[in-house]
Ligand binder design. Structure first.
Ligand SMILES: O=P(O)(O)OC[C@H]1O[C@H](OP(=O)(O)OP(=O)(O)O)[C@H](O)[C@@H]1O
Ligand SMILES: NC(=O)CC[C@H](N)C(=O)O
Ligand SMILES: [Mg+2]
Length: 510
């Protein structure tokens, strides 16, 4: 779940894209990049800067100055394919033909490994990284080339190319792409797994600035009005004059957003596909309360404490429903990022204690109900339960606003292998024992789908594979699972080697 943004304006866009990326930082902490198209030669020259790191670290003043132009796009990366530690896999990606394309992608292709061979052998395109996004840009380039041939690149031709891309690639993808000299193209996979929305702002000269972004918070936070979500399977093309063209390019589009966006990934102040993320989390707290009441009598709970950050709305609603005080028992170090989206278990584990610290007085002698939005690898909850006990809690109960995560995700959440999931192959009692709490209460999946789904009647359903093992695209083979998980673990091994080498040399990790 990376964060992506694209803008067409009559004013410089470098600072605007930077600001939008900061608002999307929660979607990716590993790398960031911006491309702008310069005012010269009708915007056919691209200016790019990308590197590993958080937005604030990647872009220095000199980098910002080197990004002129009124059109651009950007990305913050949370790697779910390829190698998390490779600078070359930071986005945007560039290919020089046809026209010159730069592209950013949120999602994960499940058939990237098969397409790689096809691109080389049949389409005669060379790929130089392990990234699925490089596969995607090359498929799009090939299809644009085929659709355009010797005719002018009209919106209809571009939409034909996107229709062909939908037929070739599998998985999840929200995409923004600049076509040199022509305009900005954005499209979303036929199931609408990953989010993408459109906004606008009027500039002082009366012209209209258009922005597409992963979440509405990026629009709002940069002074844009939300216009609408890009529909599943739909493509929109905004030409250099700012005219917007839209077309449905998929044969059978259905709206099945990833439910994990509402559980954890998205910011609560965003609205995705008409669903307020905050309201979704409140509703999850409400249904979780029913489960708590049937497991631990409320008379045995003194206080409800959230595990910051993402669980807060659910915990608040749960406490209200139980009629128990809601207290802040853990303080979050705001300078440590989100632990779940860090690459590598070693780094994630170390970061939990750096990130959260208990306020002793809130725990001493109390029977506490800790609430988290989800328990995935159990990294957070195991540490937190121990911290609550060290702080003197009399009883530690743990409630998860999401059901057990038992299946790998192949659509843009980095949990490609079953074995890394704490609830895989374990009963709830076994997970409770592993985590070390006195009672463990999980959300009910059907209740959660209903509680979030009622906020958007137009939904066909949710992509909820990590909870129910049903893969919405219906075409993920065991070979695809193997390819995705193998490739991710190879990246980690490489990094582990790298860390050990640096440690031996007394070097500093960069
Ligand atoms: O079981 P685990 O593998 O630990 O994963 C789940 C935890 O990770 C996330 O927190 P994170 O620190 O990433 O972000 P947050 O501050 O938004 O809650 C999530 O909110 C859970 O707390
Ligand atoms: N989380 C994402 O959307 C990642 C995009 C792409 N699969 C990458 O790894 O770079
Ligand atoms: Mg958390």
């Amino acid at each position: 779940m990376c964060g992506i943004v694209g803008v067409i304006s009559k004013a410089p866009v470098n600072q605007l894209i930077y600001d939008a990326l900061l608002l999307l930082q929660h979607r990716g902490q590993d790398a960031a990049g911006i491309v702008t198209a310069g005012p010269d030669h009708r915007g056919t020259k691209f200016f790019m800067h990308k590197a590993r790191g958080m937005v604030r670290d990647v872009f220095r003043t000199r980098n910002m100055r080197a990004l002129p132009g009124q059109i651009g796009l950007g990305q913050v990366r949370y790697p779910t394919a390829g190698n998390a530690y490779s600078e070359e896999e930071a986005q945007p990606f560039y290919v020089n033909a046809p026209f010159g394309l730069v592209l950013v992608h949120n999602g994960n292709l499940t058939n990237a490994h098969a397409l790689k061979g096809e691109l080389f052998a049949i389409d005669r395109r060379h790929l130089n990284t392990e990234s699925d996004t490089e596969v995607l840009i090359n498929v799009l380039a090939h299809e644009l080339e085929s659709a355009a041939r010797d005719q002018a690149l009209t919106p209809a031709v571009i939409f034909d190319a996107v229709a062909a891309v939908h037929k070739r690639i599998k998985g999840s993808y929200a995409v923004v792409c600049l076509i040199a000299g022509h305009g900005l193209l954005a499209f979303r996979d036929p199931y609408g797994i990953r989010p993408l929305c459109l906004g606008e702002a009027m500039l002082p000269d009366g012209s209209r600035e258009l922005m597409v972004a992963s979440e509405s918070v990026a629009l709002e936070g940069t002074g844009h009005q939300f216009v609408r979500d890009v529909q599943p399977g739909e493509a929109i093309f905004i030409d250099y004059e700012g005219a917007l063209h839209a077309s449905q390019c998929a044969a059978k589009p259905t709206l099945n957003p990833c439910i994990f966006e509402f559980v954890y990934l998205a910011r609560p102040d965003s609205v995705i596909d008409g669903i307020s993320v905050y309201q979704a989390r409140l509703n999850m707290g409400e249904t979780l309360a029913q489960r708590v009441i049937s497991t631990v009598p409320p008379t045995e709970i003194d206080v409800v404490i959230p595990i910051p950050e993402s669980s807060r709305p659910s915990a608040m609603q749960l406490a209200q429903r139980l009629g128990k005080p809601y207290r802040e028992g853990f303080v979050k170090n705001r300078y440590v990022g989100r632990t779940f989206i860090m690459p590598g278990q070693g780094q994630r584990k170390k970061s939990v204690r750096q990130k959260l610290n208990a306020i002793g007085s809130e725990f001493k002698g109390r029977r506490v109900l800790l609430v988290d939005d989800s328990i995935v690898r159990g990294t957070t909850s195991r540490e937190i339960v121990q911290m609550a006990r060290e702080a003197g809690a009399a009883k530690v109960y743990l409630a998860s606003a999401a059901p057990p995560v038992r299946h790998p995700n192949v659509y843009g959440i980095d949990m490609p292998t079953k074995t890394e999931l704490i609830a895989h192959g374990r009963s709830s009692d076994e997970v409770r024992d592993y985590i070390g709490c006195d009672a463990l209460i999980y959300q009910d999946l059907a209740a959660m789908k209903k509680a979030v789904g009622l906020l958007q009647p137009a939904l066909a359903g949710f992509e909820a594979s990590c909870f129910d093992g049903v893969y919405i695209t219906g075409d993920v083979s065991s070979e695809d699972f193997d390819a995705i998980s193998k490739q991710r673990s190879l990246g980690f091994e490489e990094e582990e080697d790298n860390r050990q080498r640096l440690a031996l040399q007394g070097g500093v990790e960069v």
